[in-house]
Design a protein around this ligand. Structure first.
Ligand code: XUL
Ligand code: CO
Length: 438
């Protein structure tokens, strides 16, 4: 019996299956638009939710019943590694992701912490070798320890900046050791509580300095992972510097960092920022900066990050539509389930059901998005809607031939403008048909 019960690797059984331990849509080897589903989706399990998390909330203790509960310290860390590779095998997921502090306990000193990490990284490496599973990305947790209460790279205290640098240096070395495809920066404490005591200019400059140093060090050690920034508008800080895709891209551009970074877009972070997931993906994509996604969904009735497993087919379809339109799809990125089972879903098998639900939702989203693209559904909509920019004065605007003189002359002699319907409701009902029938 493993940590997740007596569960065999999950198989694809098709949409009519009633077996809860089977995929209804995710068929890894099925080819969609020239690539297999496995190649398109590159599913990853998030260590922090599925192995480190326990179901705590601000009002109550953990509720999850897990086979590693009896262990502590390094034994606990080792048991979690075992559980991780067991789950990857059950799900047929090729990737996983972790923060340094998810995989090994902190010691009394940075030296001891690093030794703990080295030991677990070696164990992870053995398991990766034996199973062929890969690290989609790793990252440094610079938000849980009280040391980071004023921030990490955006702290007011230079010693904390140095500590954070030491932590990321080590994480980059471990990323290289494990052949990570990406390295993520999510700045949990990189923001501010009050402008009254905040030197925003210095903090942003320092954040950029920090990221440049990370780029330089990765180059120095030959770690060629794709660097990703994960935007989030709030939580834990009231105002996070990486608020959303547009804010983050503008920061990267200002500081000359854009050539070195792409974005890791998370669905629940998008909705917290008042955007849809697909909006954030589109903004990133238009800048050639869509790198990877954190797949989850928020509860729109709640104002915090609920990190639910993604089951909303509208969202997964429109997300996959953006990803398929992205040059090279997700490239070196993937679909990382930054998602946790609900506090009431306390049994280990719930973690398996949750991932099946998420994987099937993205697989279905992929199928529907591919069909929408094949049938040029949205392309036709746009072609009609923007037709006036293909001829006459519109073509002059787009080609750069027009100026205020020619435009004024045109407007003065023009006939009254006649508009056509945007047909949003019709388009939505067509989308429904595709989701139901594609
Ligand atoms: C927090 C969040 C993080 C990042 C990695 O909201 O999404 O787990 O994905 O630090
Ligand atoms: Co995330």
């Amino acid at each position: 019996m493993g940590y997740f019960g007596d569960v065999k690797p999950i198989q694809y059984e098709g949409r009519e299956s009633t077996n809860p331990l089977a995929f209804k849509f995710y068929n890894p080897d099925q080819v969609v638009l020239g690539k297999t589903m496995r190649e398109h989706l590159r599913f990853a399990v998030a260590y922090w939710h599925s192995f480190t998390g326990s179901g705590t909330d601000p009002f109550g203790a953990g509720t999850a019943i897990r086979g590693w509960d009896a262990y502590s310290g390094m034994d606990l860390a080792k048991a979690r590694v075992e559980a991780c590779f067991e789950l990857l095998n059950i799900l047929g997921a090729d990737f996983f992701c972790f923060h340094d502090r998810d995989i090994a306990p902190e010691g009394d000193t940075l030296q001891e912490t690093n030794r703990n990490l080295d030991e677990i990284v070696a164990l992870i490496k053995e398991n990766m070798k034996a199973t062929g599973k890969k690290l989609l990305w790793n990252t440094a947790n610079m938000f849980t320890n009280p040391r980071f209460l004023h921030g990490a790279a955006t702290t007011n205290h230079a010693d904390v900046f140095a500590y954070a640098a030491a932590q990321v240096k080590k994480a980059l070395e471990h990323g290289k050791e494990l052949g990570a495809e990406n390295y993520v920066f999510w700045g949990g404490r990189e923001g501010y509580e009050s402008l009254l005591n905040t030197d925003m200019g210095l903090e942003l400059d320092n954040l950029a300095r920090f990221l440049h140093m990370a780029v330089d060090y990765a180059k120095e050690i030959g770690f060629d992972a794709q660097f990703l920034i994960e935007p989030k508008p709030k939580e834990p800080t009231k105002h996070q510097y990486d608020f959303d895709a547009a804010t983050t891209l503008s920061f990267l551009r200002k500081y000359g960092l854009l050539p070195h970074f792409k974005l890791n877009i998370e669905a629940n972070h998008a909705t917290l920022a008042g955007h849809t997931f697909e909006h954030e993906l589109r903004v990133a994509r238009l800048d050639g900066a869509l790198g990877s996604i954190d797949a989850n969904q928020g509860d729109l009735l709640l104002g915090w990050d609920t990190d639910e497993f993604p089951t909303d087919l509208y969202s997964t379809t429109l997300a996959m539509y953006e990803i398929l339109q992205n040059e090279g799809g997700l490239g070196r990125g993937g679909v990382n389930f930054d998602a946790k089972v609900r506090r009431t879903s306390l049994e280990p098998i719930d973690v398996v059901y949750a991932h099946i639900a998420g994987m099937d939702s993205f697989a279905r989203g992929l199928q529907v998005a591919a069909k929408l693209i094949e049938d040029r559904v949205f392309e036709n909509v746009l072609e009609n809607r923007y037709a006036t920019f293909r001829t006459g004065i519109g073509a002059d605007i787009v080609s750069g031939k027009a100026n205020f003189h020619t435009l004024e002359a045109y407007a003065l002699q023009n006939k009254p403008i006649v508009h056509e319907s945007g047909r949003v409701e019709l388009i939505r009902s067509v989308l429904n048909q595709y989701i139901l029938n594609a």
